[in-house]
Design a binder for this molecule. Structure first.
Ligand code: FES
Length: 68
């Protein structure tokens, strides 16, 4: 069973995976996701995880058929 519970990715700024996916979903580049959410802007320990979430979102968007 998969639970749909947000997970904190950036503990310094209390930013969840859900917030990061939402920010990346708008097609924002990594730098913009970091700026908008505040994730990765303190100790930087979460940067790799944030980068992976943004990359996964971008890949999912590319694979999604165009709607129109
Ligand atoms: S855990 Fe994200 S900046 Fe520290």
């Amino acid at each position: 069973m998969i639970l749909n519970i947000p997970m904190i990715v950036c503990s310094c700024r209390a930013v969840s995976d859900r917030e990061l996916r939402r920010a990346a979903e708008a097609g924002r580049p990594l730098a913009e996701v970091l700026r908008v959410t505040g994730a990765g802007t303190d100790c930087g320990c979460c940067r790799a995880s944030v980068e992976r979430i943004v990359a996964d979102r971008r890949l999912a968007a590319e694979e999604r058929p165009h709607e129109g």
